[in-house]
Design a protein around this ligand. Structure first.
Ligand SMILES: [Zn+2]
Length: 102
């Protein structure tokens, strides 16, 4: 009688060992960084780039470390960006300035 444990021990661990090649080992990882913009608010003001009075979108940009396409934790502080809806010009602003505008 073969128990479950004995059967598992007889099974080869790796297909490479069965073929007679040495097992090189290795781990398959997919990692990277993901930057995402989150829209916060919009205000009408004069643009620094085109000079036109138009809506300026306030966006919070975060960059996170991702493992297997799953964002896990931020790798740098969140940035606040004001984007002109007329010309598309973007300018990074301080957190205090962004919170005052929101
Ligand atoms: Zn503009």
């Amino acid at each position: 009688m073969i128990t479950h444990r004995e059967g598992a021990r007889r099974r080869p661990r790796c297909p490479a060992k069965v073929a007679g090649r040495p097992y090189r080992g290795g781990v398959f990882l997919i990692f990277g960084f993901r930057t995402k913009d989150r829209f916060h608010s919009s205000a009408v003001r004069r643009c620094d780039f085109c000079g036109v009075t138009a809506a300026q979108s306030l966006v919070q940009r975060t960059t996170k470390f991702s493992l297997f396409f799953i964002p896990l934790f931020p790798v740098r502080a969140a940035r606040w960006i004001r984007i002109c809806t007329n010309c598309g010009g973007a300018r990074e602003i301080s957190r205090g300035e962004a919170l005052a505008a929101a």
